[in-house]
Design a protein around this ligand. Structure first.
Ligand code: SF4
Length: 243
């Protein structure tokens, strides 16, 4: 794993999904097979495979402190393409420092991660009035998680973290995306831990080889996804979880 400290030119960027996005890291140690973010590698100069390098934007908090005073207040996505709570955040605390600044200025924030490390920052998150904090969880089956997301935290650790955030009174959501084999058991596990669920099929091309290698092709047909979305919708309704 190549970890490099870099000086970013800017940090509070425009986004197509939310008005703004902050990416404190470029590259992601979670190494999900389907990762849609790998396209950014071509802007980094790295030759290592995706998942084997992380650029740490060491000046992110300093930049944000400057940029936040120059931009119109609106919702910020933390993060768009590389997990804001990937392992390096344990050492660098750049996401935490950026959240402290956003809390100080009371900007609305949407956090999205696969890591329970986010619970470290509950003290900061509780200072925010328009916060939603969510996990991406594509399956309830940790053996599937190991095939598709080998270096990401376990499903149970994400569920435990969600429960902790929800108990702290924070608005929580889960994005079931991509919908992986074993997703049908998720609503039962999410009941009482989340305010909202988002379903998204996403683009699977990068993980084609995983489906092939483990003979899982029947789980990536249109029929399977249609059936799974219907099953999930009905179970989520039973548990009164909003979509
Ligand atoms: S956590 Fe997100 S950014 Fe990181 S490898 Fe997985 S999909 Fe890509």
């Amino acid at each position: 794993m190549i970890i490099k400290e870099v000086q970013a030119k800017s940090i509070l960027s425009s986004s197509k999904i939310f008005p703004y996005v902050i990416n404190t890291y470029t590259g992601c140690q979670h190494q999900c097979s389907y990762c849609y973010a790998r396209f950014i590698k071509r802007f980094t100069g790295h030759t290592e495979p995706w998942g084997e390098f992380v650029d740490v934007k060491i000046n992110a908090p300093e930049l944000l402190r400057r940029e936040i005073t120059r931009k119109h207040k609106d919702r910020v996505w933390v993060s768009g393409v590389c997990d804001p709570y990937q392992p390096q955040e344990g050492k660098y605390k750049l996401t935490r420092q950026c959240l402290e600044i956003l809390a100080e200025h009371q900007w609305p924030v949407t956090i999205q991660t696969r890591s329970p490390l986010v619970t470290r920052d509950i003290d900061v998150l509780k200072q925010m009035s328009q916060l939603e904090v969510g996990f991406s969880i594509g399956t309830a089956d940790d053996s599937m998680r190991k095939l598709f997301e080998p270096n990401a935290p376990s499903i149970q650790s994400r569920l435990d973290a969600l429960a902790k955030l929800h108990e702290a009174g924070l608005y929580t959501f889960v994005m079931i995306a991509p919908i992986l084999p074993g997703a049908e058991a998720l609503p039962d596990l999410l009941a009482g831990k989340v305010d909202r669920v988002i379903l998204d099929r996403m683009n699977y091309n990068h993980s084609d080889w995983v489906y092939k290698k483990y003979h899982l092709e029947q789980y990536r047909t249109d029929e399977y996804f249609d059936e799974m979305v219907a099953t999930l919708r009905s179970s989520l309704a039973k548990f009164r979880i909003s979509l």
